[in-house]
Ligand binder design. Structure first.
Ligand SMILES: Nc1ncnc2c1ncn2[C@@H]1O[C@H](COP(=O)(O)OP(=O)(O)O)[C@@H](O)[C@H]1O
Ligand SMILES: [Mg+2]
Length: 272
């Protein structure tokens, strides 16, 4: 990565308020940061602080009230295939089979993908996610964890330059979660993507990220940005290192203090 390259994603003095029947809810307050190509950035902060809203801006689903969000140097006007989103609540289509869910994004890019390539890509990601035997099943016949793996496969299949992942492993049991984290590292190693991951797991953030952005209770502001210097490819064993433990302690304390701030602040606060 050359130092002269502009950042892939840039938040500049971004604020956002929602107009609600109860008044104005301020969700983001003067957020500025950049994500360079090849970086893995995790966002961690209390529930309801504005993390998903922030990701929605980069995905192209939400415009800032003030400030700007740019991708590859241009303002974001809407969603695009170079930004693959894995939603918090699976985001699979119940009316499509497992295989057709994976193929969905590829069909949107139909001009670029031949039928053979298309089938190969589907088979590859079905196998990678352990879903080959369920290719022709519908999501309602899958467990929660399998549906989540399907959502991940669908996003990976399009090979987006930028992966936006909103608590993608939250509903998985500990062992499957670790498998998915390792698989993600493997896919990144092979395909060299840039990632923004929202997570509640401090360990997950440290294990996967090159940087962790801790955000405050709502309205979300940047509290601290922490570099995680472990080189890639990463092995599970780094989780046992003293240095890992030190970062864990720092991040946990930052996140805990924001949960406490959120509790002290009481329920949702609106302004006129
Ligand atoms: N479209 C919307 N209209 C009004 N309020 C919203 C909307 N989307 C989110 N919110 C509110 O904004 C706050 C931040 O939401 P969100 O970004 O989903 O938080 P997080 O992902 O950090 O848990 C919450 O209080 C939520 O209820
Ligand atoms: Mg969220």
């Amino acid at each position: 990565m050359s130092a002269s390259k502009p950042p892939l994603a840039r938040f500049e003095h971004v604020s956002l308020s929602f107009e609600t029947p109860n008044g104005v809810l301020k969700v983001l307050d003067d957020v500025s940061y950049e994500i360079s190509e090849g970086e893995f950035v995790s966002i961690i902060g209390p529930s309801g602080c504005g993390k998903t809203t922030m990701m929605n801006m980069l995905a192209g689903f939400q415009k800032p009230t003030a400030g700007s969000v740019t991708f590859d140097g241009a303002p974001i006007l809407g969603p695009g295939p170079e930004r693959g989103v894995i939603f918090q609540d699976y985001g699979v289509f119940p009316w499509l089979t497992v295989k057709d869910n994976i193929a969905f994004g590829l069909k949107l890019k139909a001009n670029h993908v031949s039928i053979k390539e298309h089938n190969d890509i589907c088979a590859h990601y079905l196998a990678l996610m352990g879903l080959s035997d369920f290719a022709n099943s519908y999501p309602k016949h899958l467990s929660g964890g399998m549906r989540q793996r399907l959502a991940i496969a669908r996003a990976y299949a399009v090979k987006p330059k930028f992966l936006l992942m909103d608590e993608p492993f939250g509903a998985l049991d500990a062992q499957t979660r670790l498998n998915m984290q390792n698989l993600l590292l493997q896919v990144l190693g092979a395909e060299g993507k840039t990632v923004m991951l929202i997570t509640h797991s401090v360990d997950e953030a440290i294990y996967l990220s090159s940087r962790i952005i801790v955000v405050t209770a709502r309205p979300a502001r940047i509290k601290r940005i922490i570099d995680v210097a472990f080189p890639y490819p990463r092995q599970e064993a780094i989780q046992e290192l003293a240095e890992f433990g030190e970062i864990r302690k720092i991040v946990r304390e930052l996140v805990m203090s924001e949960y406490q701030a959120q509790q002290a602040q009481g329920s949702v606060r609106f302004s006129e």
